[in-house]
Design a protein around this ligand. Sequence first.
Ligand SMILES: CC(C)(COP(=O)(O)OP(=O)(O)OC[C@H]1O[C@@H](n2cnc3c(N)ncnc32)[C@H](O)[C@@H]1OP(=O)(O)O)[C@@H](O)C(=O)NCCC(=O)NCCS
Length: 197
Amino acid sequence: MAAVLDTVRALLAPKSYIIADETPADVVAREALLDRAMGAGRRKKSSEKLRRGRVPAEGLALVARDGQGHVIGTVRLWNVEAGVGRDGVAVDALLLGPLAVDPAHEGKGIGAALMRAAIAEATGRGHGAILLVGDAPYYERFGFFAEKTQHLVMPGPFARERFLALELKAGWLEGAAGMLTASGRKLSRSSALRRAA
Ligand SMILES: CC(C)(COP(=O)(O)OP(=O)(O)OC[C@H]1O[C@@H](n2cnc3c(N)ncnc32)[C@H](O)[C@@H]1OP(=O)(O)O)[C@@H](O)C(=O)NCCC(=O)NCCS
């Protein structure tokens, strides 16, 4: 039902935003948006351990911009290994998050547009699965369910019913077990210093 409402809303509402690749000039606005939307505790999440010191997966840092070009939404995905498969080989996957929309623009379908763009881009780039920790009632409409992560754990506290996954290739997470580990490219020292400044 929620997916139907998303589609109807997208068809009826005049589109006052675009989805685009994030650029280096968006970083300050994106961080301010995340502080507004998610609060100070956002950096204490277990997902943050898998993001800290890494760059997002290639082509998978997206923003929503309003008519003036301001950042009003953000989503990024990160390369991880989702434990190992039955053959003992690490299972490559993506971790999605944070997803956030400026509180002043909520309920216009921007979160859904960011999710659909991210899923399409990840699929086009040949990824096998996307995992995330979030509210199942929101993410189920995009095909994310907890059953796919039942033998996986985050590297820190997490609520099992919020640990969700979407397979982009059927059976990709079949038998995957163990802890998620970061596998993305590391931030260069100069970028890390710029981010800390
Ligand atoms: C969650 C968030 C990204 C949704 O963005 P958005 O652009 O408002 O979402 P959309 O317009 O695409 O969808 C709105 C629908 O999602 C529902 N929704 C929003 N947040 C939800 C949540 N946490 N759980 C369940 N449903 C939720 C709304 O009630 C609305 O439902 P409807 O379709 O039945 O009317 C945004 O509210 C946000 O940034 N929240 C703060 C950051 C956050 O919590 N991010 C992680 C989400 S777990």
